[in-house]
Design a protein around this ligand. Structure first.
Ligand code: NAD
Length: 388
């Protein structure tokens, strides 16, 4: 590719959280430019964001359907992909319409509102032949890729147990009733889906556990709670997990745990070695071999690159200069964009380029949500993951 990829965005208007993170991350390597968008549910606010981004007014749209038509009318100048950064209820219709119009899509998680929609979207992606990325950003961290490569190469031995957590404390008060934008839609089943906390952040822990270990969850025993009176969805969830290989797991997520910010962390216990990673200290991976002192492996060192070329590829600056949240998003964008570019050139992306979450991760995420909700409501408790 001799030019930058052209990005469009739906969502990410004034006061929005994650749209701006996507825009910054996508542009980090200088190979993607943002040229178009329908940035807000309110067309006036969409124009405000387009203006702030210095976009051509003709490429700033009042809604996503006009954006599809407007971009298609531009022929070879149209966007190469769209990023969907709206609340959950809009992901499916927007992703579907862009894919069916022939655009590549990067979509926020959870992928859809229901498992049925997720399965339909998988069919649409397959039929379209387009590239679909899902922004499970935590898989973009170099030390997560190292953890995955340690597990994959057998250094951990047989995996016995996985503990994954994602506690936050920001919803311990009913701030949705004061109109706090991010809280309002996350606690509304019509915009968030069947689950609150477990869908919003539990899915990140689920995706991380499966990505690092390569194991698939097969059964769940879950207990969801709504601690804030009057809230319609869970704000805390505790799950026991069984994996296909016989490994066991514990996963908990919370948005009412005072003092916790984004305390996503994972422990993987194997027969030879254990590993531990914390999102709030993402440049380190704790490696604990049996019978030896615990080690801290640090991002950017040669011993990391040798063990994990994927981690090396996702490292931009030397060890000791921290990389974190924005870079992890940028890594998913880098691999997503390189995959699109290769396909546009008639070539095939390498395995290391093709390493970003996809529609299959979104299907598993929606199956996780539905299985957790079903288990929590059931008195039998253990519920099998559906066949996908
Ligand atoms: P937000 O409320 O801050 O922003 C949503 C934006 O989408 C707003 O500007 C809103 O006007 C716009 N919007 C809504 N419907 C639209 C439509 N039909 N067309 C155009 N724009 C529309 O929400 P947020 O916190 O940024 O979350 C957005 C999505 O990102 C959610 O799906 C959430 O789960 C996900 N998210 C992911 C991460 C992550 O770490 N990967 C973090 C935060 C949020």
């Amino acid at each position: 590719m001799k030019r930058k990829l052209r990005m469009g965005m739906v969502g990410g208007g004034p006061g929005a959280f994650i749209g701006e993170v996507h825009r910054k991350a996508a542009r980090l390597d200088g190979r993607i430019e943002i040229v178009a968008g329908a940035f807000d549910i309110d067309p006036v606010k969409s124009r405000q964001t387009g203006n702030e981004l210095c976009l051509s007014p003709s490429r700033v749209y009042g809604n996503y359907k006009d954006m599809i038509n407007g971009e298609l009318a531009l022929g070879s100048e149209k966007i190469d992909f769209v990023s969907v950064t709206t609340p959950n209820n809009w992901h499916f219709p927007i992703a579907k319409d862009f894919l069916e119009a022939g655009f590549n899509v990067m979509c926020e998680k959870p992928m859809t509102m229901t498992l049925d929609e997720a399965l339909e979207l998988r069919k649409i992606v397959e039929k379209s032949g387009k590239v679909f990325g899902l922004m499970h950003n935590y898989t973009g961290y170099p030390m997560v890729k190292l953890a995955r490569d340690l597990a994959r190469s057998g250094d951990l031995g047989e995996i016995y147990k996985i503990v994954a957590q994602y506690p936050q404390g920001w919803l311990v008060k009913p701030i949705e009733r004061e109109g706090q934008q991010q809280a309002a839609w996350r606690t509304d089943p019509k915009q968030s889906g069947a689950a609150g906390c477990i869908g919003d952040i539990g899915t990140h822990a689920e995706n991380l556990a499966e990505y690092i270990t390569g194991l698939k969850i097969s059964e769940i025993c879950a207990d969801l709670s709504t601690f804030i009176k009057g809230r319609a969805l869970d704000d805390d969830g505790n799950c026991l997990l069984r994996f296909e290989n016989g490994a066991k797991g514990v996963l908990h997520a919370s948005q009412i745990s005072i003092g916790e910010e984004n305390n996503l962390a994972i422990w993987v216990y194997g027969s030879k070695m254990s590993i531990e990673w914390h999102q709030e200290e993402p440049n380190h991976l704790l490696v604990k071999p049996f019978g030896l002192p615990a080690q801290i492996w640090k991002r950017g060192n040669d011993y990391v690159s040798k063990k994990s070329p994927a981690a090396a590829r996702c490292t931009r600056i030397p060890c000791g200069h921290p990389e974190a949240f924005l870079e992890a998003f940028a890594n998913n964008y880098m691999n997503f964009a390189d995959t699109i570019s290769k396909l546009m050139d008639g070539a095939s992306p390498s395995e290391i380029e093709n390493d970003f979450p996809k529609v299959s991760d979104g299907v598993r995420g929606m199956a996780f949500i539905e299985t957790v909700v079903k288990s929590s409501k059931s008195s039998e408790k253990w519920v099998k993951f559906p066949a996908l």
